[in-house]
Design a protein around this ligand. Sequence first.
Ligand SMILES: [Zn+2]
Length: 104
Amino acid sequence: MNGDIYIPCWNCGMKSSLETFLNHCSGYWSLLKTVHHTCPGCGSGSYVQFLMGEVRIGYTYAAGTVHFSPEETIDVPELERHTLENGISVCFHDRTWTFTPSDE
Ligand SMILES: [Zn+2]
């Protein structure tokens, strides 16, 4: 079982490994439980939710209140998501990424 996971950019189609993808995520939006991803290929942004075993990529929109709309769900069985006091941590292949709310 090879655990390499590739996530395509919805805009330019560039495929990033999950590690690369995580390296380009920042800022945790606690209201929607999303982080923001900037594509290293084209610079376009998207919103991402990390769940236990699952990555959801989509966009946000306002309809009265703000919502997250997942466009794509990718199964990542090895992915772990932990809730921190101030943000989340995501564990994958012995590495951990921590996301906390950005100041703005
Ligand atoms: Zn792109």
